[in-house]
Design a protein around this ligand. Structure first.
Ligand code: CP3
Length: 354
């Protein structure tokens, strides 16, 4: 494979010296970009776009052609795993994800088996290898998966939820059934991420979007424990290169020490936690990725720049910081504001290094 021309993202994740703070944006390929909307229209619907490796590659690279980003992220979705388990994922316009089959009972859980990545998620692996070839060493490629808990919320609720009534009832009433579901998912995630690594992913991120909705004990037992199993089961070196693992629990600020104990290389931080405070708590055990409130991108470029400066100051000097948003970029953000964000990081961050 071609040599990496820009490795500051991988270096910062491993807390090695860099010339400036690397930057990428969660959901950087998406509806705020007119070129994304055009390719998506060409594909038909969202899942057809995910299942077409050439078009998935095209949208992965679109934000890199606009902004000086330091990483690409595979264009796919966390819900490909439940889809491959036979749940039948579809997207209702304006209503988010939906499943034909919902998991509610012990029998439903027992009917599930560990995903067969090679057979049923082959389109994701093809997208990874296509993107890697097309990037030609420009920046590293991030692979990803949802966390078992976050995947379970969608599978049991049947889609997005505000109160998580079904999944929490299952967790509290029949914890052993919940554990069986999470165990099947953790094994699936390990297989899926290792296959992405072998296909060319150079770092992997686990999205635990809904872990922050759990009580302290429940988070440790139903979310963190399974992410820990995943970290332990991942390929950490491939093709002579270390493969950094990033754990991101949205709303997970109170568990940073415990998350660092999993052996992950980096933690994603949302905007509700102060980055400098997070750094002093985890020390040099892990790198930190984040953490600008994505809504700052609705403000003016001057305000965005000031907020970038504040976050750089908060982290302070030295490596171990990957700049990002604290969650995905919103669909109504002006692409010029995203540009102001990325450029502010590239222009202001060199003085915090060297
Ligand atoms: O970051 C990237 O650019 C890579 C692509 C990516 C998508 N989804 C594309 C997408 C990634 C990393 C995800 C992860 C994902 N998907 C998460 C975890 C991260 C997070 O945001 O918390 C979750 C919870 C999902 C599930 C999901 N997929 C939802 C709830 C939705 C609907 C969102 C909405 O606003 O309607 C999706 C669809 C989705 N995934 C879109 C994109 C670009 C929008 C679909 C479209 O084009 O219409």
């Amino acid at each position: 494979m071609s040599e990496l021309k820009n490795d500051r993202f991988l270096k910062a994740l491993l807390r090695q010296p860099v010339d400036r703070t690397p930057v990428w944006m969660m959901r950087q390929a998406g509806r705020y970009l007119p070129e994304y909307r055009a390719t998506r229209a060409q594909a038909g619907d969202f899942m057809s776009l995910c299942k077409n490796p050439e078009l998935a590659c095209e949208v992965t690279i679109q934000p890199l052609d606009r902004y000086p980003l330091d990483a690409a992220i595979l264009f796919s979705d966390i819900l490909t795993i439940p889809d491959a388990m036979g749940l039948g994922l579809y997207f209702e316009t304006g209503e988010g994800p939906r499943f034909n089959k919902i998991i509610r009972t012990e029998a439903d859980v027992q009917s599930l088996s560990v995903v067969n990545t090679e057979a049923d998620l082959d389109y994701v692996l093809k997208a990874v290898s296509t993107i890697r070839r097309e990037l030609n060493g420009r920046v590293p490629l991030i692979g990803f998966s949802g966390s078992p808990w976050t995947l379970a919320t969608y599978m049991v609720e049947g889609g997005s939820s505000k109160d998580f009534r079904h999944v929490k009832a299952m967790m509290y009433d029949t914890p052993e059934v919940m554990h069986q579901l999470l165990d099947t998912l953790a094994k699936s995630v390990i297989d899926y991420l290792n296959a992405q690594i072998k296909a060319g992913a150079q770092a992997v991120q686990i999205f635990d979007t809904w872990g922050g909705n759990l009580s302290d004990v429940a988070y440790r037992e139903f979310s963190l424990k399974y992410m820990q199993q995943i970290v332990a089961g991942l390929i950490r070196e491939y093709d002579g290169q270390q493969i950094p693992v990033i754990l991101f629990t949205k709303g997970g600020g109170q568990w940073l020490e415990a998350m660092a104990d999993t052996g992950a290389d980096a933690l994603g931080i949302d905007w509700t936690t102060d980055l400098g405070n997070a750094r002093s708590r985890v020390g040099n055990r892990v790198a930190l990725q984040g953490n600008m409130d994505p809504s700052v991108l609705y403000a003016s470029p001057a305000t965005i720049r000031a907020e970038v400066k504040r976050i750089l100051d908060s982290y302070g000097n030295g490596t171990g910081h990957v700049f990002n948003l604290g969650h995905g970029i919103h669909q109504f953000v002006d692409p010029e504001h995203a540009k102001a964000f990325v450029e502010a990081v590239t222009e202001l961050s060199p003085s915090y290094h060297g």
